[in-house]
Write a new protein. Structure first.
Length: 260
């Protein structure tokens, strides 16, 4: 529903295929982290609730994968995790969205947002599931094409180099697709395909800054994992809030009506 004072949104046929984007500077990733930390301090209770849920989910997936060790089951668990992740993220984006509008975040509003984007989360999970399967198949093919012999250091180095390159391609695609799509879906009445295309477009137009942003996200996440997952309780809400500010600073989605 639109506010009475809001200008009417353009008809879908007149909108661009991808959401227009800005060109943030090198200082932007650090500013996004600072703004995200500010949101975390302003809403500690709800942030901790979501953070603990993420820790519990991560521990459950890791424990089952370790104990059972079956690829089919692991793929199923990862698919479930990939489906839950955007829902939890949408709940956290709702917190930053509410704070930005001068409101008071509530768990009720976050849960309502999670229900609202349920269908879009399914589309995202399907896409990510395909990427995960292709990634695993690429790893299997790599092992078949580069048979390892004990003591062959050159072959091992070549295997690791090629494997790292293949993994980097899939990781870069996953990051580009998800960098801005999820917060946009939690903010605007837009389908996940348009959101993902817009995210990839924005990342490609800001490659150096996005590379720095991806490195910061990866470093903080690895540090959180190094604490036996407990650091995720703080790191994941912090990064979700920072991602919201990255989206608001980079995309210009005014032609799409806001979710109310």
């Amino acid at each position: 529903m639109h506010n009475a004072s809001s200008p009417p949104s353009p008809e879908p046929a007149s909108r661009p295929f991808a959401v227009p984007c800005r060109r943030p500077g090198w200082d932007a990733p650090w500013r996004w982290l600072a703004l995200g930390w500010h949101d975390l301090r302003r809403a500690p209770g709800i942030s901790l609730a979501f953070g603990l849920a993420i820790v519990a989910l991560s521990l459950a997936v890791s424990a089952l994968a370790w104990w059972l060790g079956r690829f089919a089951l692991l793929a199923t668990l990862l698919s479930g995790f990939v489906f839950m992740a955007p829902l939890l993220a949408a709940g956290l984006y709702c917190v930053s969205r509410s704070l930005e509008r001068g409101g008071t975040p509530s768990l009720r509003d976050s849960l309502a947002m999670m229900r609202r984007v349920l269908g879009q989360a399914g589309v995202y999970a399907l896409g990510q599931g395909v990427v995960i399967l292709l990634w695993s198949r690429a790893g299997m093919m790599l092992s078949a094409l580069w048979p390892m012999q004990e003591g062959d250091a050159a072959a091992l180095a070549e295997y690791l180099l090629v494997g790292s390159g293949v993994g980097a391609v899939f990781a870069a695609f996953t990051f580009a697709m998800s960098a801005f799509s999820l917060p946009m879906v939690a903010d605007r009445d837009v389908d996940m395909v348009t959101a993902c295309v817009s995210s990839v477009n924005a990342v490609l137009r800001n490659k150096p800054v996005m590379l720095l942003w991806a490195a910061l996200l990866a470093a903080i996440t690895l540090l959180a994992f190094a604490t036996a997952f407990l650091g995720l309780a703080v790191a994941m809400p912090w990064l979700a809030y920072a991602t919201w500010h990255a989206y608001r600073d980079t995309l210009e989605p005014e032609e799409w009506p806001p979710l109310e």
